[in-house]
Write a protein that binds this ligand. Structure first.
Ligand SMILES: [Zn+2]
Length: 264
């Protein structure tokens, strides 16, 4: 009997949008230009290994819990609950087997509360260095994208990731030293898109890659680190024949979701 290897099915969940200065994402000639960026999660399903979710979007009470500085820099213009997005796929938070957070910024960890007390919520995968970093931030009142009420949640327990890990056959977590300490990326062999590298905020936009431009940062090291990491990712892509899923690229998100809907 011939066995065909089963692979993961990858779907993007649209969890809303934010608006920001384009320069927060990429160096640009016009510092006042604004763009819409999507907030999304990745749903991976496998007939043998179950349901894996990567990120959770913004919090329902974003207008109350996000500090003024974040609300001014990244106003939320659309919010979709992770619960609603999962429901559209016929799933509930209770049916997610593994939840991975790329990092603990508000627009990725905001829906964590929906997983309190669930199987996935009992072992949320996060990089150990990012968890330490975020906890110091929120317990010392320094912001930088971290909000205490979103990540210190009753009913949520973290399972720190210390190194690159094969979570299941065809699904590897890799730690990236860019944007956040140990930002988790996924390398996943999918049925519907071949090998995909989900890089989260290590690369925000396709344009970052095409123009080889980092975000506009006063810190030269940040820009340098961004470009060096981009090169690593490009090498990894060449070796695996993968496509890159960018962290906040509206065009790519819209295109992928459109394709998923026409596939059905
Ligand atoms: Zn983000």
């Amino acid at each position: 009997m011939e066995m065909t290897e089963k692979k993961w099915n990858l779907e993007l969940l649209h969890l809303g949008k934010m608006r920001c200065k384009k320069s927060r994402m990429i160096l640009t000639e016009n510092p006042e230009e604004e763009i819409d960026i999507p907030v999304s999660a990745v749903l991976l399903r496998h007939p043998d290994y179950g349901n894996v979710l990567y990120d959770t979007g913004n919090a329902e009470d974003w207008s109350e819990c996000l500090p003024e500085s974040i609300q001014q820099g990244f106003p939320v213009t659309e919010w979709v609950s992770i619960r609603t997005a999962l429901k559209k796929k016929g799933l509930s938070p209770e049916e997610i087997d593994v939840l991975i957070l790329s990092h603990l910024h508000f627009d990725h960890a905001g829906g964590l509360r929906e997983f309190a007390g669930t199987k996935a919520g009992n072992a949320v995968r996060i990089s150990r260095s990012e968890l330490s970093h975020a906890l110091v931030k929120v317990f010392t009142g320094t912001v930088g994208g971290y909000v205490k009420s979103l990540i210190d949640v009753p009913g949520i327990t973290y399972q720190p990731v210390d190194q690159d890990t094969v979570l299941f056959p065809g699904l590897t977590l890799f730690l990236q030293q860019s944007h956040a300490p140990g930002l988790i990326g996924l390398e996943v062999e999918t049925e519907n898109r071949g090998t995909v590298l989900c890089v989260s905020d290590a690369v925000y936009l396709r344009e970052n890659e095409e123009k080889e431009l980092p975000p506009d940062s006063p810190n030269r090291e940040v820009a340098q680190g961004f470009l060096e990491h981009l090169k690593l990712l490009q090498k990894r892509r060449e070796q695996t024949g993968a496509v890159i899923l960018y962290g906040h690229d509206l065009k790519q998100e819209e295109q992928w979701i459109e394709e998923e809907e026409s596939d059905r």
